[in-house]
Ligand binder design. Sequence first.
Ligand SMILES: Cc1cc2nc3c(=O)[nH]c(=O)nc-3n(C[C@H](O)[C@H](O)[C@H](O)COP(=O)(O)OP(=O)(O)OC[C@H]3O[C@@H](n4cnc5c(N)ncnc54)[C@H](O)[C@@H]3O)c2cc1C
Length: 362
Amino acid sequence: MTAHLDIAVVGSGAAGIAAAVTAARAGHTTLLLDQRPAAGGTGGFSGLTTLCGLYDDEGRFLNDGFAREFAEALAESAPLRIGRVWVLPYRSTRFRGIADRLLTATPSLQTLWKTPLASVVVEGNHVVSLNGFNVGTVIDCSGSAEVARAIGLECLATDDKTQAPAIVFPLRNVTRDLSTPAAVAQVLLPLARAGLSSLTFQPSLEPNTVTVKFSGRADQVLPLIEFLQTHVGGFETCMTPLSEFPLARREGRMIVGEYLLTGADVLAARKLPDAVARCAWPIEQWGTDGVARFRYLPQGTHYEIPARSLRAARIQNLFMAGKTISADVDAIASARVMGCCLATGAAAADLAVAHLESTLAK
Ligand SMILES: Cc1cc2nc3c(=O)[nH]c(=O)nc-3n(C[C@H](O)[C@H](O)[C@H](O)COP(=O)(O)OP(=O)(O)OC[C@H]3O[C@@H](n4cnc5c(N)ncnc54)[C@H](O)[C@@H]3O)c2cc1C
């Protein structure tokens, strides 16, 4: 392990994987560290099975580069249209496997697992060291702005009211068709009448399996499954292989950057001169009632994320990607989906590399 690193990436979710591989491919010594035992973040470890934010309204890729490369490696089926949006169904084991393969195959890239961010040292307006390594630039992909928090930078935050958490689990042996909103409504109605918390069904690549996003408590999951077995046709033998039901947290913290992307930018499909990524995902806010509220962009449009939203306002060599970009509570409710995190991760790496090279040239 070298004592000096060109680029340190904190957090190995969709954003951090994209940032680390892109930075190291540019030939710079790069460290990716995470408190988890392996790469994947929320997309690899929370039971999710749909990668959102990759496509426009016609199902075409919005971003080329690493986002597209990762999605094409991950894909085992064609994208699916759900209402007005397109998603890529995936398996989380494959998500983690592809992340591992790409990270391992990239020269100049070192990884540190089970390693929480421990220390960040700033001199003037530069981060100079992180966890004891001297660093040239840093990319915060922690989802909760851990680097920024460690040095007291201004952040914005969503919370459990603006983005409620959910328990995500697979439900097997489901023989009922859930492919249309009307079909799903027929299942949700008896649940609502019985006073059970709201849930949504997501597609899964496993046969006769759906992914459930449930807004209740862990001790309500097994009674919920029993209710479905007893009262809803097509669920008689449904079961989950899981025995623990942790909450997956949607909320996050965003670092204030040179530009604050707003919900108005998203809904106006705003184009910006220093655009580095595109997104067309609606503003998707989850209330504590477990119901998602969607606000869509005009049909056929997308908005752009500027380089300034990936650069910290007061620290010249700190960049951010994924759920930590400089965005307000409404804008991040769109830009937090994984397709967009992959795109901002790669873009933040390009910016970090350009910063490093301009510094070296001086
Ligand atoms: C319930 C739920 C459902 C969702 N559904 C979907 C969906 O269907 N499709 C979709 O595209 N998106 C979905 N999302 C959103 C999406 O999964 C996340 O917004 C996205 O994965 C965030 O990616 P990221 O790389 O920014 O952060 P993360 O994937 O959260 O990665 C951050 C990483 O940083 C690490 N880290 C944090 N703090 C530290 C520290 N102090 N030291 C070291 N490491 C640290 C974490 O361990 C983690 O691995 C959902 C999210 C939730 C919670």
